[in-house]
Write a protein that binds this ligand. Structure first.
Ligand SMILES: [Zn+2]
Length: 203
């Protein structure tokens, strides 16, 4: 059955399948972030529990070892209402077609913004003797290797700019995503639940 994009007001978009519609949405409506109207308010105590659970999982990953530095990912089950209750004001994309949400935090103010959501020490862990492990959300320009390399590349007219690892692997932001995940068994029973996933870079 043909799928229609409900976000394109001036055109009637028809797509053969869900995947085609999802690709269209990602390329044309990647900044759409109006919240759907089925969201219900949940008690403050539930939001506090979700914050505590997120901070606990984050702190577990702020390890004090050079081998632990790098990309970090973890997931927690949480309802759509709880996710929107906590991150609703910071959603950078809502996908109508995929029913998923993305929040992207980066830059010099990101630590304070996230702190205002969690009301807690969330981004660093103290190991004593001045040793700290922390989340990286910002790279000062002079330390950004990809940009330095890029300048060198530009001065050499014959070489094409390379694809940089930093582009494929963002190491200066925190992405918080919510979507339904699950699977079907051979008898077509479905097992699905809402999942929050956090990706960040440990410095
Ligand atoms: Zn559209």
């Amino acid at each position: 059955m043909a799928k229609k994009c409900y976000l394109s007001y001036h055109e009637i978009d028809r797509f053969k399948n869900h995947a085609g519609l999802q690709r269209h949405e990602t390329s044309k409506h990647s900044t759409y972030n109006l919240l759907p109207n089925h969201i219900q308010q949940i008690p403050e105590s539930e939001l506090c529990h979700l914050k505590d659970a997120i901070i606990k999982e984050l702190q577990k990953r702020l390890k004090n070892h050079h081998r632990a530095v790098g990309k970090q990912v973890f997931s927690l089950h949480c309802s759509e209402n709880a996710f929107v209750g906590l991150f609703g004001a910071y959603i950078t994309r809502y996908s109508l077609c995929g029913s998923f949400y993305i929040c992207s935090f980066k830059g010099e103010n990101a630590i304070e913004i996230i702190e205002s959501i969690f009301n807690n020490n969330w981004y660093k862990r103290n190991y004593g003797n001045g040793q700290l492990s922390f989340v990286r959300l910002y790279i000062p320009e002079e330390q950004d290797i990809s940009k330095i390399d890029n300048k060198k590349q530009c001065s050499n007219k014959n070489s094409k700019p390379k694809k940089y690892k930093s582009k494929l692997f963002p190491n200066n932001k925190m992405i918080i995503e919510w979507r339904i995940t699950g699977f079907k068994d051979k008898a077509n029973y479905e097992y699905r639940a809402g999942m929050l996933q956090i990706r960040f870079f440990l410095d």
